[in-house]
Ligand binder design. Structure first.
Ligand SMILES: NC(=O)c1ccc[n+]([C@@H]2O[C@H](COP(=O)([O-])OP(=O)(O)OC[C@H]3O[C@@H](n4cnc5c(N)ncnc54)[C@H](O)[C@@H]3O)[C@@H](O)[C@H]2O)c1
Length: 596
């Protein structure tokens, strides 16, 4: 028989604690909610009522339900109030000594049979448990932010947590409508171990002025379908909490440099810029605790104002290539009203690309997204050619040929001879240095990267890659073109992986390393990222879609360019590729796709 939890205690009503109180009270469990002072208690109460009022306003909770929920919560100052609870969840700041002190006190105050749980993200549950006389009743119950929304709970069992305590907590999670993954006590557990290297890397990019905060966040939202960008997520987590988590992971998790908190984080915490909770972090918020971002001195100018800085007029666009990307890009430009000259290596290839563009446009018509007239107009704007010389008078060339530097360099040298002066020459390379391509011409200032995502007609993001020779005018032109295409253009420097791949692939590689270390299963890791962090796909699902060979090649490039030891490709990834397990396209990758 599973243990009955009729009353639980929550210690600390900050970002997480207030949410955890709401989860319990919503599911009919009485809660004693404890803070350190009257003022902190009042803040916690305001957070809870604010959240439940919003749920009522959104029609997700009836007024009577809200009142019943709030009536289940007993707000108290001091741990003594917890003498009669069946379970306590501690959610105080991420400091080991503080948590140990609280657990020693809880051990004294709580009933002998009560379970003592910590919501720590990175500290050792084992080290916290030894501050009590009942380490076998101590467990980690790691909720995700915002607790009422995120479905995942990581249940962390130490080597001494008793099996029935684990089973009772798992049953409780189910009662709360959560999905739990039960794991052992390792820094960062599943989700944070995969998340925080990525978040810290994003902060590093921002700190190095590699891209703006808006562009870094837009890139990950639009390029990977994440619910929020990394810097907005840091603000939600709280920069002080994020700092402590990184610091602990660095020290506990093998001193991986990628977890050494970016220096900027420490400065921001010291300056009181803690994120949403203090009203300012990477972004500025309407007031402390508010999710609403307001403009500040870093907010970029409106698109039209930015375009005033010297963008060239573009009417005629050449697209070179006949693959998936070139086909999509031709369609995107033609639909946006540009005159397009498609250049392939022969009439046969041109016919194939033309057919593919027609099929795709027809699909748009069938789905009601495009009128027949618009389709015909778009097709009418495209000229099919097999001769580069036809690009003599275009205003912009977008190159999307095979990903081989020698081929791209030869092509750019030819374009340099053929095209009129003032043309913007763009490459869609996803992994080669744009500067290498630029230097194959006599006009490197006019060369820029335009990294479209696949499928180009659908994906809303384009990375605009500036080399150290790209002129401001070229860059402004690229931004204006992206805006006219209806895409979000994010500007970044010419470094391996640009923004999206540089942030995405090391995370995928880390997931493979976690699997390889037998810390968890592919299913649980996928669940953790989807249900804990709101990712549209788990890392193994995504690797199988992208292709393991493609992922390995990108990871190798990142490792070779940045020489970051943590970026070394996971041996398991290499072995799978060697074995021909490339993902969906070969029928088998991390999962077997032939039997589905
Ligand atoms: N922020 C996140 O996204 C997130 C997600 C999952 C887990 N966590 C973990 O949850 C825990 C809490 O983090 P947070 O972000 O909610 O922190 P927070 O700073 O927002 O809140 C901590 C609260 O604890 C209170 N507190 C401090 N000392 C106390 C004491 N002695 N007794 C009672 N209350 C006390 C503070 O007044 C504050 O309200 C940490 O262990 C953190 O790692 C955080």
């Amino acid at each position: 028989m599973a243990r009955e939890f009729t009353r639980v205690g929550v210690v600390g009503l900050g970002t997480m604690g207030a949410g955890i109180v709401e989860v319990f009270a919503r599911n009919g469990v009485d809660v004693t909610a404890v803070e350190i002072s009257d003022a902190a208690l009042e803040r916690g109460r305001v957070t809870l009522t604010g959240s439940t009022d919003r749920a009522v306003a959104k029609g997700k909770l009836a007024e009577a339900e809200r009142d019943a929920l709030l009536a289940r919560v007993d707000f108290r100052v001091g741990l003594d109030a917890l003498h009669d609870v069946d379970l306590v969840i501690e959610a105080v700041p991420e400091h080991l000594d503080l948590k140990q002190r609280i657990f020693a006190e809880l051990d004294r105050v709580c009933k002998p049979e009560a379970i003592l749980a910590t919501n720590t993200s990175s500290l050792s549950v084992t080290e916290i448990s030894v501050a009590t006389t009942r380490p076998n009743q101590v467990i980690g119950i790691h909720f995700f932010n915002p607790a009422p929304v995120m479905k995942l709970v990581e249940v962390v069992r130490t080597v001494v947590t008793s099996a029935d305590v684990v089973a009772d907590v798992e049953a409780l999670c189910e009662r709360l409508g959560k999905v739990d993954v039960t794991i052992s006590d390792r820094a960062g557990f599943i989700a944070n171990a995969l998340l925080f290297g990525y978040l810290n890397h994003a902060v590093g990019m921002f700190e190095a002025r590699y891209a703006t905060r808006e562009d870094i966040d837009a890139a990950m939202k639009l390029g990977c379908g994440l619910p929020m960008g990394p810097l907005a997520l840091m603000d939600l987590i709280g920069l002080d909490t994020a700092y402590e988590i990184l610091d602990t992971m660095y020290r506990r998790g093998g001193r991986d440099r990628r977890h050494a908190p970016a220096p900027l984080l420490k400065q921001m915490v010291t300056a009181g810029l803690l994120g949403r909770k203090s009203g300012r972090g990477f972004y500025t918020y309407e007031r402390p605790g508010s999710p609403k971002v307001v403009p500040d001195e870093y907010t970029p100018l409106a698109a039209d104002a930015a375009l005033a800085d010297g963008a060239r007029a573009i009417a005629k666009v050449g697209v070179v290539g006949s693959g998936t990307m070139a086909t999509g890009i031709i369609e995107v430009f033609a639909k946006a009203g540009y005159e397009v000259i498609s250049v392939t290596r022969g009439a046969e290839k041109s016919a194939k690309v033309c057919e593919a563009v027609k099929t795709s446009l027809n699909k748009g018509v069938v789905r009601g997204k495009l009128s027949e007239t618009d389709r015909d107009d778009a097709l009418g704007r495209i000229t099919w050619s097999a001769t580069l010389e036809h690009l003599a008078d275009v205003d912009l060339v977008v190159e999307a040929v095979i990903e081989e530097l020698s081929v791209k360099k030869a092509l750019f040298a030819s374009l340099d001879e053929i095209c009129k002066p003032g043309v913007v020459l763009a490459t869609t390379t996803s992994s080669l240095p744009v500067i290498d391509v630029a230097m194959a011409t006599q006009r490197p200032a006019d060369v820029v990267g335009l990294h479209f995502f696949n499928p180009a007609p659908i994906m809303p993001l384009v990375e605009i890659v500036q080399t150290i020779r790209t002129s401001a005018e070229t860059s402004a032109t690229a931004r204006a073109v992206c805006a006219k295409l209806g895409k979000t253009g994010v500007v970044c420097g010419d470094r391996s992986g640009f923004i999206v791949n540089a942030l995405l692939f090391p995370y995928l590689n880390d997931a493979v390393k976690m699997l390889e270390a037998s810390y968890s299963t592919a299913d649980d890791i996928d669940y953790a990222m989807k249900l804990g962090c709101g990712y549209p796909m788990g890392p193994f699902e995504l690797l199988d879609v992208v292709g393991l060979d493609v992922s390995l090649a990108i990871q190798r490039e990142l490792y070779l360019e940045l020489r970051e030891p943590g970026f070394a490709p996971a041996p398991l990834l290499e072995h799978l590729v060697t074995a021909g397990y490339l993902g969906r396209k070969s029928g088998r990758g991390f999962r077997d796709h032939t039997r589905r």
